[in-house]
Design a protein around this ligand. Structure first.
Ligand code: PCA
Length: 213
């Protein structure tokens, strides 16, 4: 039994995906007594399901924390909801552009994360790290992976969740920088998430962290 951490490779104009760097950095580590397997997934709708299934079959995890970058976000975001929708705003790396197609035909409309998102948020706050609970992971590859791991989690009985990361700082630009975060605090945030989730049993914390919209 182990912890599986997934990241994604490059896509669109995102050539330096922090989720890929973290999946590689954490691969082979021990966190909270659990051995971590880090896997980088393709940003390709037709390839990602089989790649994920292989990673889960190999690692036989008790916990899956999937990561991806969300350019424009100001802090790591604990995703609460995965929807059964693929409505891509840009083509994937294979050129596929599904519009209003399900992730899994006849699957439930949505799944909620089984990670204790409020407990993790509270632990981030105690460590002085920024972060929040997000109520949409979009309708692109990150949502697809979040939905797929949530679906499989119900069959296999592991905990599953998704964390969207801000972009890495883009140095050397003369313009006002977009929201960004360096890799070290993102790595700390993921380590805390794994530690809290690995030690979690029972209900999540009741902590107000909702949004008006
Ligand atoms: N972010 C994209 C896909 C891969 C990634 O890292 C997303 O948010 O869907």
């Amino acid at each position: 039994m182990s912890v599986l951490v997934t990241g994604f490779g490059s896509f669109g104009d995102q050539t330096n995906n922090p989720s890929q760097l973290l999946a590689r950095a954490l691969n082979g580590r021990r966190i909270a007594g659990e051995s971590v397997t880090g896997v980088v997934l393709p940003v390709a709708t037709g390839q990602v399901g089989p790649a994920l299934a292989t990673a889960i079959d190999d690692a036989r995890p008790r916990l899956v924390v999937a990561l991806g970058v969300a350019p424009g976000r100001t802090a790591p975001a604990l995703e609460r909801v995965a929807v059964n929708v693929r409505d891509f705003p840009i083509p994937d790396t294979d050129g596929a552009l599904p519009v209003d197609e399900p992730v899994i035909v006849d699957g439930p409309d949505a799944y909620l994360a089984t990670l204790p998102v409020k407990k993790i948020l509270s632990a981030w706050q105690n460590a002085g790290l920024p972060g929040y609970v997000s109520n949409t992971a979009g309708t692109y590859l990150c949502n697809q992976v979040f939905y797929l791991i949530s679906h499989r989690a119900r069959q296999d009985g592991f905990q599953a969740g998704f964390i969207h990361l801000p972009a890495l700082p883009a140095w050397g630009r003369a313009t006002v920088p977009a929201p960004s975060m360096s890799l070290e605090p993102m790595e700390q945030a993921v380590q805390i998430a794994v530690t809290v989730a690995a030690g979690h049993d029972g209900p999540d914390l009741s902590l107000a962290a909702g949004a008006v919209s």
